[in-house]
Design a protein around this ligand. Structure first.
Ligand code: DQA
Length: 151
């Protein structure tokens, strides 16, 4: 039976809309959630959409996705650059993982160039603003279809 795609969001993404809009745009996280819901419907996918400022809660949600999701779309925000725990949690679940970022971290400060999440993700989509999530969902749909087809 098909399971939903879990879309997880890390720290400070609850502030989208007012947080450095010149970098992250004017869409709120609720706007992004609505756009994801609408797009997922067109792809025939259900989604679960969550945000936390707490590393351990994100670890718990990655483990839950391992049981309850067909794929994970994940914006780890700053924890992508720092968290071995998130890396290890992603490695521990047998799921396609699409890392997404609104901005293009590689074109910003040097400390954003490294991502522990990238090391455990199927691929990364960054730099397209809120559309990174839509493209992330598209990638997740393709990865789910490939898995089903045994490719
Ligand atoms: C971000 C990029 C990260 O470097 C930053 O810490 C964030 C947001 C993005 O979506 O562009 O919080 O993940």
């Amino acid at each position: 039976m098909a399971k939903p795609v879990h879309i997880l969001n890390g720290p400070n993404l609850n502030l989208l809309g007012t947080r450095e809009p010149e970098i992250y745009g004017s869409a709120t996280l609720a706007d992004i959630e609505s756009a994801c819901r609408e797009h997922a419907q067109g792809l025939g996918l259900e989604i679960v959409f969550r945000q936390s400022n707490h590393e351990g809660e994100l670890v718990d949600w990655i483990q839950a996705a391992g049981r309850e999701a067909d794929a994970l779309v994940f914006n780890p925000a700053a924890y992508g650059h720092t968290s071995v725990a998130l890396h290890d949690a992603l490695k521990a679940v047998d799921l396609p993982v699409v890392e997404v970022h609104l901005s293009q971290p590689a074109a910003r400060e040097a400390f954003r160039a490294h991502s522990y999440v990238s090391l455990a993700a199927s691929g990364t989509i960054s730099g397209f603003g809120a559309d990174s999530y839509i493209l992330g969902l598209e990638a997740a749909a393709r990865l789910i279809a490939s898995r089903r087809a045994g490719r």
